[in-house]
Design a protein around this ligand. Structure first.
Ligand code: GRF
Length: 202
């Protein structure tokens, strides 16, 4: 299964996916990484693994429509079947989503529907929850609202800071995202409205 990855920043989740693909731990291949940010460390990281990258900068294309069309066309050219948003800091329009219907995954650092949007780890700490975690879900046009595929829970410990909680969550993210892609690649996932069926023991 050919996948494309959208990134905006550091790219540690992207790296976890690339490593799992190259080690043949999952039945997928990363065909293209697109960043909307010229300074994203993810671009250099992807290059290090020999993965083709593209920069689609919103600055040079003022309309969201043009910007998204450019990304979708690049993915089409590479015959990308699935897209993974791995730290991609933008919402996608219904037009873009309709070009890859139910074939876009996102990862978010909280147990959705709690704490969507920015600074999820800080939101969790400020709220005083005892557990948080990460969610892999299908993208829809809302902010972190699409049907949930997998979640992993981590405890919030006494004295946690945004940094310590984020690091604990990130470790789970690096496990959960490749696992989600593998389930899809092996045809083990069925979406029924909001509920996602996994056709094997998770
Ligand atoms: C992750 O915490 C992910 O859940 C969120 O953005 C962060 C990206 O980190 N969407 P990285 O760029 O993969 O290191």
């Amino acid at each position: 299964m050919k996948i494309g990855i959208l990134v905006s920043g550091r790219g540690s989740n992207m790296e976890a996916i690339i490593k799992a693909c190259q080690a043949k731990e999952i039945a997928a291949e990363v065909a293209l990484v697109i960043s909307d940010n010229p300074r994203a460390p993810a671009l250099e990281k992807a290059g290090f693994y020999g993965i083709q990258t593209a920069l689609v900068s919103k600055k040079k294309d003022p309309s969201k429509e043009t910007f998204e069309k450019e990304m979708a066309d690049l993915f089409d050219q590479k015959k990308v079947e699935w897209i993974v948003c791995a730290g991609f800091m933008r919402l996608l329009s219904p037009t873009f989503l309709s070009r890859f219907p139910n074939r876009i995954l996102n990862i978010h650092p909280s147990l959705l529907p709690a704490f969507p949007g920015l600074n999820a780890q800080k939101q969790a700490l400020d709220h005083g929850v005892r557990f948080s975690g990460t969610t892999v879900h299908f993208m829809d046009s809302g902010c972190d609202t699409g049907p949930i595929l997998l979640q992993a829970v981590v405890p919030v410990l006494q004295g946690d800071t945004v940094e310590t909680l984020s690091a604990r969550i990130l470790k789970e993210e690096h496990r959960l995202l490749p696992k989600s892609i593998d389930l899809i690649a092996r045809n083990k996932v069925k979406i029924n409205g909001r509920r996602v069926e996994i056709l094997e023991n998770p």
